[in-house]
Every structure is written in C-alpha cells, then in structure tokens.
Design a binder for this molecule. Sequence first.
Ligand code: GLC
Length: 731
Amino acid sequence: MSDRVDIDALLGRMTLQEKIGQLSVLADSIRPFAFDVNPDSFQWGPQRTRELIQAGEVGALFNGVGAAEGRELQRIAVEESRLGIPLLLGADVIHGMRTVFPIPLGEAASFEPELARRTARAAAVEATREGLHWTFAPVVDVARDQRWGRVAETTGEDTYLASQFAAARVRGFQGEDLTANDSLLATLKHFAAYGAVSAGLDYNTVDLSPQTLHDVHLPPFKAAIDAGALTVMSSFNDINGVPATANRDLLTGILREQWGFEGFVVSDYTSDFELIAHGYAADEKHAAQLSLNAGLDMSMQSGVFMDHLATLVAEGAVSLQTLDAAVRRILDVKARMGMFDNPYRSLVVPPEGPAPYLAEHDALARDAARRSVVMLKNASDVLPLRKSGQRIALIGPFARDRENLAGCWNIFGDSTREIDLETGLRAALDDPDSLTVVEGCEIEDAIEGGIEAAVAAARDAEAVLLAVGEPTRFTGEAQSRTQIVLPAAQQALVEAVIATGTPVIVLLRNGRALALSLALQAADAILVTWFLGSQTGHALADLVFGDHSPSGRLPISFPHESGQQPYYYNHPSSGRPYQPGGFEAFRTRWRETANTALYPFGHGLTYTRFEYGEVELSAPQLEWDETLAVRARIANVGTRGGEEVVQLYVHDRVASRVRPLRELKGFEKIALAPGESRIVEFRLSRHDLQFRGVDNRPIAEPGLFDLWLAPSATTGDPVSFELRPAASGAG
Ligand code: GLC
C-alpha cells in the first residue's frame, strides 16, 4: 500500500487544474506508433502536449513507445512541472509487444493459464524495456456470439476458463513486484458485458438479466481483481439502458462497494464523450458530470474532463470530494508502482542492439503457438505427415501470406522476425524444395487460373495443406460479421481441391469460430490455427510433421450455421429439448440444423488416444460445508505421447432458476506417455454450485446434480451426487 499521508499531503498542494490533469490519458502525439493507431486523434499535438505536461495538467499518455523519448517526457513532468507528479505511459500490449504470441482466443485454446502468465510476463519485459508502464489488457469479456469481431481478444465463451486466464494474465503482466522495472500495470477490459452486445454487433446495446451479468460476465473481472489488477476500463456499451461509462451501479456499487476495488477506472477511447450519442448525456459537460459522478476516474482521449470539470466543480455539479477521490486513486496507483520514488522506472534506455531475450521469447512464442492449435479432425490418421518421401502441396491465400500472421491488436510486433507458413514448412522438410506452393486465390478474390493451378498441384501431391480462413481485418474491433464463413473465392478453391480426392489437411486461419462449409468438413484433417503470431510457420510445421502433437481444445463452440449465433455450450435446456434421433417435430431446433455445435466447446484431438476410467466420488453426497472429491484414471492407450485436457462439468437438475445443461467447473491438462495412466482429481464445494437466484442473490440449492469428467462439453458419462442441506440451525 502506498503512503497515503504523502498522497493526501500532495493532494492538498494541488491546484484544481493540476487535479483535473491527472484525470485524463491522451494519445501520445510525441513518441512514434500512436499516430499509426489513431491518426485522427491529435487535437492536442506534440507542442500542446508538452505544454500540458510542463503545466502538470496531464497525468498519462498512451500508445507511444520509446524509452529515450519517454524518459524525456518524464523529465519534463518530474523536473519542470510545479509538483513533479510522474506520467503513466500506457499502450495496447494485448498479446505480445515485439514478439507476438497467439491472439488471446487462440492462447485460451491451450487450456494452460500458466502459459498465458508466461507470455504476458514476456510481453511485460519487452514493453517496459521500451518506455511503457501500463497495458490495456487483458481483455476479460466473455463472448458467446461469434459474429462479434472482438471474440478474438477474449478467452471465449466460458466464465470459468475466462476467470482462470484473466487472473493468470494479470499476474504475468504485473509480476511479483509492482515497483519492479519490468512490472506492467494491467487493465481489465471492457467493464462490463461488452461481449454480450446484441446480435454480435460491436458497440450495440446490451440487454441482459442481472443474473446473467453476475453469473456469466462479472466473475472473470472479480478473479482478476483478486489477482491484483489495479485498473479497469469501462466499456462502450450500455447495460440495460445505462452506459457502462456512467453506470454508477457498476463502477461504484459493484466494483468498489461490493468488490472493494482500490485501483482506478479509465474510460474506453472517448466512451465518456459517447454518452451524448447514446442519448444519455445532453452535451460534453453533462457527459463529464455523469461519468465522474458514476465512478469513472480517468477519461481517455475525449478531453471532456479537461474542458468541463472546473466549471462543474464551481457549479457544485461535481463535488470536490468526488474529484479528489478520483485523483487520489490515480496517485495511489502511481505510488504503488513506485513511480514517486523512481519516476524513471521502465524508462531506462536499453543498450544498442537486439534485446538479450529474443531467442527465449521466440521459443516461448513457438511453444505457445503449438499449444494453441486445436485439431478438430484427423481421419485415417492422415496427420502427421512425413518430412521426406511425400509430395506435399501447400495451397491457399495464407500459404505464404505475411500480413495475417499476428492477428488483431498487433501494434508493435516486429514483422521482420515473423515466420510465415511456407518458410516454417520448408525449414522442417528434409528437402525444402519438395514443397509445392500455390495460392489458388486471394483472400477475398479469385486469381485468373488460380484454381486450375491449385487443382493441378493437388492432383500431383500425396497430401495437401490447405491454408484458408479469414484475414486479420475481418476480426477485432468494429469487425462484426453476419456470416461467419470463408470468403466465396476461398470456398470455391476449397471445393475444387477437395474434389481432387487427394488427402486434404485444412490449416484454418481464424479469429472466431467459423461455420465450416460441407466442403471444409469433408477435409481429412482440420487444424484450427487462429492467428498464432511471430512463430506461426515453425509451430505449424512442428505439429504437421509430428515433432509435437496438437493439444489445444476449443474455447468456443464451432456451430453448424452462422444463424445459430449466439451459440454456447452452457445453455439451459428449454421445455422441448431436441434429442438427436428423438421425436423431431415441435422441438427446440432450427429447420436447417439442430441446436447443437458441429464441434463442441472443449473438443480437440491429439496424435494419440485417451481412455477415461470410471468417475469415482468420495461420497454420494456433498455435505453443505464439506467438499466432494471427484477422480478418474486417464490412460494413454495410443502409440504416441500426448496431452489430454480433463474437464469437469456439472449440471443442477432442478433449481429455482433453469440451469445450464453443463457448466465447466475445473480442468487439468496432463501429459501421458504411451501406455501411461494417471488419476486426476478435483474437489467440489457448494460454492462451485452457486448461482444468482430470482432475487439476484447468490445461492446454492440442495438437490441432485450430474457431473462429468470428460474431453469436451458433449462427451462422457454422468455420475450423480446430492448436495445436502445445511445441518439444521447451521448458517
Ligand atoms: C479501443 C478499444 C480498447 C483500447 C482503447 C485504446 O477503442 O476498445 O480495447 O484499449 O481503444 O486503444
């Protein structure tokens, strides 16, 4: 905890203008990079920004990079302003800085939070080496609608998985010691329920029950705050008609009063100004008043705090106490980061030449990429391929593409270190020239003669690696899609190559679940490869040629059709559930498809086979204040080593609100050699069975539950147990 007496004393010496200055973060119009990301955002410009720093009237800048220039900005703030309050320098370091790791959705497929902690730590080391203190990550939103482009930045559709990864990423970014030179302050975004935008349409209204807000969307934020996060970013969307950025119940009621959050809340990019467009604020001044009074502490880029807070305080529309509270939170975070004692922390100009950790980070990026890939299908064990003596054709617009390796929100990636698919595959082959490469089409357009050339290459090959999918520009912010399918030109290529009859392995490039066409489904093997970052080519070669086995599992459901969205595995039954093979009429299904996933949450294959033994419970009942042990023996019954993600699901059979058919409550990834087996054990308590009741209070209800230990959300045999009521008279 910082020395609050110092902060209170400092606060007592600050002018109103200096206080207001701490409450804004502006695009860094002085250092490089920010301009590339927000070219239209420089209403202040470099000179005015320097003047504001000198006057102590700006407390933070974002998306500029460079230790030397950053050190000079800090010198101005610390040595030339009246009170010398240090600047906070932030940026969007979402999945890597110079070394780019898989997009967060891809990394979530590893089901390895520890891996995410390690990649976040590496990103922090690289970011703080280049004059950054603060990242606007991790994205903690739960995303159930694959039409939404920002699902790429999330951990997917499951609350428990998102909670585990959010906490791990916070620990990775911030490290053990917030004052350390390489500690990168984390931001939890976007608070809250941004992943629930209606129709998967970015920025759209969010209309959901308080129970769904609390059961599905809030727990990952709470888990990350418990892991030590000190900043939260308010989201663009409204929640049931009240924009998050001015939502007092959210920013003050839940975040501070219920959760005891001690850090500060920063708006998303002009989201306070956007209260006007929402029809919630009459003008900028009203927007500033509503957002600050609701619990927003720092305004990003809009300037509404700078322009209107002095007047609002003078008019009594904003109390000085409220304003001081916001300033105090920001100063407190700067103090916890040791910035008053060491204002040049993370602004140490590195020696000339390459960073000393590049090889280590490349190895981590390659491992993270490998572990993020999900093998949906591998008919006749067509994979792995051989490195010699097999004619292989690499076909598709992503075969040698270098523009779509890193995925969305890659601002600072070092593209010179990126390994594309062709490069990685050739490097792995005994004879690099034995690989035939034909694009066949562009990402969205046909190529004259492209399909013919691709068909010829496929006919001449013994195996085709078909590199198709969506480009980076289809994913991320403001990239919602109504049809989550391949572009037509690629669909035509897929159909032509599949028709040749040569074994086809699809290497799917994607930032969301896609509705796989029948032609894609007909491929012999399908690898979901997301956007894997710097080491794409080497990681995929490691898997395709069997040096490593795929080990990822789906963090999102792959639907049959786009029209099923939003589709997620942990949905309730309905009164007329459709049972495959059961009575068809008047059942919960579409005309075109069943209400199921083509490939379910948690699904993923490896180059070996696993068998699950009987699930054993420590008792048939779970006593109210006890825990229940759940275990099973998992055996590798194949001929190769591999990793299995053992997933624990529960279902509450009868409750005062209808409950999901399954909910993930635990998972463990285990590596087993051929013939090896291991007992995997979980422990359940009634707290794992809690949900928000009709009065929105958290409750657990005695009764019968089903439980699975399974390799996906739709497999495994249930065992049941009973949650017993509290002993009479107990709390
Ligand atoms: C963007 C995004 C947010 C990002 C911020 C700063 O609009 O919504 O995730 O951190 O602006 O770039």
